[in-house]
Each structure stands twice: as structure tokens, then as C-alpha cells.
Ligand binder design. Structure first.
Ligand SMILES: Nc1ncnc2c1ncn2[C@@H]1O[C@H](COP(=O)(O)OP(=O)(O)OP(=O)(O)O)[C@@H](O)[C@H]1O
Ligand SMILES: [Mg+2]
Length: 258
């Protein structure tokens, strides 16, 4: 492992809850000199706020459809509430966190999805601003909104898993960790897979065992893997999940893409 190569950690699901140690792990790694980038989701909070405002959430293949109206909630909740809460927590842990979104510095651009509305499904990352922050020893925390490739651009909802994959690819990250709320990718018997090869992945996708929120992780994870990153999907609810994925690669729980 190259200790100077960036580590990209996608936090989401229950890892945004009270009891996980992921942010503590990220702050500790940063303090040891490791460049760390956090990318966050927050689907449940967006759905919660949509309901409070009397709107309904709709999904296709694990991706949220987004209208002009729901985009307002997406931006407010992801780039506002959740992003600032994570920055607050990281600063409380002593890490020099800087919150930004993929809009800022033109960091994430994507064509607008034809099937999902104001969503970028295939983002590309311009890593300049993130690299500037890393050179300045900051800890960037990215909210998954970005810009369309139109001229002039529009703000889009970007799936956080796709955003993390694109950022890992552009930064030539050594390791991309998807923290989620299941112990690993599960097979058709519900058993955790320590490793997942492309052929097994295709089979499990085709029979519907891999579905919903796991799909964008694997699609984006494969893209980052092709760019040279090791990709692991791990249970963010476990104490020290990030630390163990780094320091104890063999015994680390979760699934590694091979
Ligand atoms: N084969 C599978 N193995 C494990 N989990 C799966 C599988 N297929 C689908 N899933 C679902 O994927 C979910 C994880 O994705 P989900 O989008 O819900 O959370 P997240 O990406 O961690 O958080 P967020 O979307 O808030 O960023 C699991 O809770 C599980 O229901
Ligand atoms: Mg998700």
C-alpha cells in the first residue's frame, strides 16, 4: 500500500448514524499524514425531508429520480445539512475538514440522465480543487451534487457511489472504501462474499440478488478498479471499519472487488 496515495471513503446509510467510528478513523488517518477524501450520501435524510415537505421519493435501479422541485431538497439536505454536520464532526475530532460539493470548483460534471431527470449518472471528476485542499493538508468532504455538461451548466443530483468512484479514478486513489449498512455483498443464500469477481457479479446482478443501492457501488467501484484502485465494500457500523480495512487487509471483513 502507498501511504501517500489518497484514500477515498464513501460514507452513507447507517454509517451517518451516531455509533460508528468511521469519521474518527478518517481523522486519525489524516493525522498520521494519509491524504483522505470523504464522499457522503444521505439518501435516507433526503427521503425524510421530501416526506416532511409532502413530496415522494422515486427510485430506478437504486438511483433516485430528481425533478426540479426535488433537486432543491437534494441540494439543501446533502450540500447543506449533511455536509455541514460531517464537517462539524470531523473538526470536533481535530481534522481540518473542508466541506464542498461537486459543483464547487467544477469538480463533478455529468451528462444529464435521460431516465432519471436532473441526475448525473456518469460523472467525471476534475480533481484540481480536491488536490489543492489535499496539498494544503485539509480533509475534503464532498456532497454528491455536481454540474451537467450543458453550456451553461445546471446543478444535478449525483449518486454518491458514482461520485466516489469518479473521484477515486481522477485522484488515482490507492483504495476506495464503500461504507454501508450491510456486512458485505451477499450472495443468493444471504452469505457474505469476501471477494467478488466480475463473472459472479454479473450472475448475481442477472438473478436480482444484487440490486438497489448495491448496484451503483459496484458499477462505480469497477470503474475505479480499472483506474488502479483497490475497492472494498465494508460494514460502516463496525468499530474501526476503516482502520481495519487499511491495516489488516487480509482479515478485513466485507467484500473486495477482484
Ligand atoms: N447482494 C446484496 N448484498 C448486500 N446488500 C445488497 C445487495 N443487493 C442490494 N443490497 C442493498 O444495498 C443496500 C446498501 O445501499 P444503500 O444505497 O441502501 O445504502 P448506502 O449507499 O450505504 O447509503 P446512502 O445511499 O445513504 O449513501 C443494503 O442495505 C442492501 O439492502
Ligand atoms: Mg446508496
Amino acid at each position: 500500500m502507498n501511504a501517500n496515495a489518497p484514500l477515498v471513503v464513501k460514507v452513507g446509510g447507517s454509517t451517518l448514524g451516531e455509533h460508528d467510528t468511521s469519521l474518527r478513523d478518517c481523522a486519525a488517518l489524516h493525522a498520521q499524514g494519509r491524504p483522505v477524501v470523504v464522499v457522503h450520501g444521505g439518501g435516507a435524510a433526503v427521503t425524510d425531508w421530501q416526506q416532511r415537505l409532502g413530496a415522494t421519493a422515486e427510485w430506478v435501479d437504486g438511483l433516485r429520480t430528481t425533478t426540479a422541485e426535488s433537486l432543491q431538497v437534494v441540494v439543501a439536505v446533502l450540500a447543506g445539512l449533511i455536509n455541514k454536520r460531517l464537517v462539524e464532526q470531523l473538526i470536533g475530532l481535530g481534522a481540518p475538514a473542508v466541506g464542498l460539493s461537486g459543483v464547487d470548483g467544477n469538480a463533478l460534471r455529468s451528462p444529464t440522465s435521460e431516465r432519471l431527470g436532473l441526475v448525473g449518472e456518469t460523472p467525471c471528476c476534475d480533481p484540481s480543487l480536491i488536490q489543492t485542499l489535499l496539498r494544503d493538508r485539509r480533509l475534503p468532504v464532498l456532497a454528491p451534487v455536481g454540474l451537467s455538461t450543458d453550456d451553461p451548466p445546471l446543478t444535478l443530483n449525483i449518486n454518491a457511489d458514482a461520485a466516489a468512484g469518479a473521484i477515486a479514478e481522477a485522484l488515482r486513489a490507492d483504495l476506495l472504501l464503500y461504507l454501508t449498512d450491510v456486512e458485505a455483498v451477499l450472495d443468493e443464500h444471504g452469505a457474505p462474499l469476501a471477494q467478488l469477481d466480475a463473472e459472479t457479479e454479473d450472475r448475481l446482478r442477472n438473478c436480482g440478488t444484487i440490486q438497489g443501492g448495491m448496484l451503483p457501488k459496484l458499477t462505480a467501484g469497477r470503474r475505479a478498479q480499472r483506474a488502479g484502485a483497490r475497492v472494498r465494500i465494508i460494514d460502516g457500523r463496525q468499530d474501526g471499519a476503516v482502520r481495519r480495512a487499511l491495516h489488516d487487509a487480509e482479515a478485513s471483513p466485507g467484500t473486495v472487488l477482484i
